[in-house]
Design a protein around this ligand. Structure first.
Ligand code: NAP
Length: 316
C-alpha cells in the first residue's frame, strides 16, 4: 500500500494498549498500521520481571512480553513501524499523520501514546531503572521482601506506593521535599500511621549509589539533602520508588483534540475523543490505574469502537 492511500486505521503508540488494539483491529481485517515510536514497547521496556500480567504464572520479562504482543499483532496483519509521529491534522478527512519523512492518511486513528513517569533527573538514574530504582510499586514492590526501600513524593501516589510497599519491605522511608503533603488526608493518615513508614521531610534525593552485582549495577543507597539546613546525609536502601507524577505523551495532539488541564486525553463516548473517528486508550487517558493489563484492555475497547465506527460510516 502506498503511503498516499488512506488506511482504515492507524494506531499511534507501541505499548500494551497499542499492540492490543492492533491485534483486535487486525483480526477485524482493518489492516492496521502501527506507528510504534523509536522506543517501541512503552514503559514495560523499562521494567524487568512482570509478575502480575495474567497468563504468565512464573512471570515474564517486560521487554519479552512486549515482543510477544508485537509478534501477535503482526500475525494478524498489522504493519508496525518504529518511527515517531511528529504532527497530526485531525481537522481534515482522511486524517493526516506525519512522521519525520512520511505522510500517512487514515479514516480512523487510535492514540495509545501512554504517559511517562517523571524522574528526578539524577546522573545515573536511567541506568538504575529496573535495578533497584523504579516508578511503580505495584510492578516491582514484591522484589523487596524484608528489604529497606524509599518512596519519593508527597502526593496520593507516594502515599499509596509507600503503604503498598510495607506489605513486603521491612522499612519504608517516605522522602518529601516539603513539610506538608499534597495527598488527601485519608491517604496521608493511612501512610503516616503505618509503623513501617518513616517520613523524612524537607528533603530531596541528590545522589544514587550503586555497586556491581554480577553483570549489573544495583542501587545500594541514596544521598539526601535537607532543604532547610543544606545538610547532606546518606541512607542505605535496596530499592527506591519515584512517585512524583506522570506526564501524558500528548504534545503533538495539543489543539487537535480535547485534553484535560494535565494534558490527558478526554474521551467523550466510550473511547472516542472530541474528534469523531479518533479514539484513545491506555495511560494517555488513565490517571488512575496505569497497569499493563488495564492498558491492554483499553486498547481492545478502542479497536472495537473504531471498527464499529468505521462500519457505521461505511469506511470499513
Ligand atoms: P501529584 O499529586 O502531582 O504529586 C506529586 C508529588 O511529587 C508532590 O508532592 C510534589 O511535591 C512531588 N514532586 C514533584 N516533582 C518533584 C521533584 N522533582 N522532586 C521531588 N518531589 C517532587 O502526583 P500523584 O501523586 O502521582 O497524583 C496524580 C493524580 O492522581 C492526583 O490527582 C492524585 O489525587 C491522583 N491519584 C489518586 C489515587 C487514589 O485516589 N487512589 C492514587 C494515586 C494518584 P510538592 O507537593 O512539593 O509539589
Amino acid at each position: 500500500m502506498s503511503s498516499e492511500e488512506a488506511r482504515k486505521v492507524i494506531i499511534i503508540g507501541g505499548g500494551p494498549s497499542g499492540y492490543t488494539s492492533a491485534i483486535y483491529a487486525g483480526r477485524a481485517n482493518l489492516d492496521p498500521l502501527v506507528i510504534a515510536g523509536y522506543q517501541a514497547g512503552g514503559q514495560l521496556i523499562l521494567t524487568t520481571e512482570v509478575e502480575n500480567f495474567p497468563g504468565f504464572p512464573k512471570g515474564i520479562m517486560g521487554p519479552v512480553l512486549m515482543e510477544h504482543m508485537r509478534e501477535q499483532a503482526e500475525r494478524f496483519g498489522s504493519e508496525i513501524i518504529n518511527e515517531d509521529v511528529e504532527s497530526v491534522d485531525f481537522s481534515q478527512k482522511p486524517f493526516i499523520i506525519k512522521t519525520y519523512d512520511k505522510t500517512y492518511k487514515a479514516h480512523s486513528v487510535i492514540i495509545t501514546t501512554g504517559a511517562s513517569a517523571r524522574w528526578l533527573g539524577l546522573e545515573n538514574e536511567k541506568e538504575l531503572i529496573g535495578s533497584g530504582w523504579s516508578s511503580c510499586a505495584t510492578c516491582d514492590g514484591a522484589f523487596f521482601k524484608d528489604k529497606i526501600v524509599a518512596t519519593i513524593g508527597g502526593g496520593d501516589s507516594a502515599m499509596e506506593e509507600a503503604t503498598f510497599l510495607t506489605r513486603y519491605a521491612k522499612k519504608v522511608y517516605l522522602i518529601h521535599r516539603r513539610d506538608e503533603f499534597r495527598a488527601s488526608k485519608t491517604m496521608q493518615q493511612r501512610a503516616l500511621s503505618n509503623p513501617k513508614i518513616e517520613v523524612i521531610y524537607n528533603s530531596v534525593v541528590t545522589k544514587l549509589f550503586s555497586e556491581k552485582d554480577g553483570f549489573i549495577q544495583k542501587l545500594t543507597g541514596i544521598e539526601i539533602e535537607n532543604q532547610n539546613t543544606g545538610e547532606k546525609s546518606q541512607l542505605s536502601i535496596d530499592g527506591g520508588f519515584v512517585a512524583i507524577g506522570h506526564t501524558p505523551n500528548t504534545k503533538i495532539f495539543d489543539n487537535q483534540i480535547e485534553l484535560d488541564t494535565s494534558g490527558y486525553i478526554i474521551t467523550k463516548q466510550h473511547t472516542m475523543t472530541s474528534v469523531e473517528g479518533v479514539f484513545a486508550a491506555g495511560d494517555v487517558v488513565d490517571t488512575r490505574y496505569r497497569q499493563a493489563i488495564t492498558a491492554a484492555g483499553d486498547g481492545c475497547r478502542a479497536a472495537i469502537d473504531a471498527e464499529k465506527w468505521l462500519t457505521d460510516n461505511n469506511l470499513d
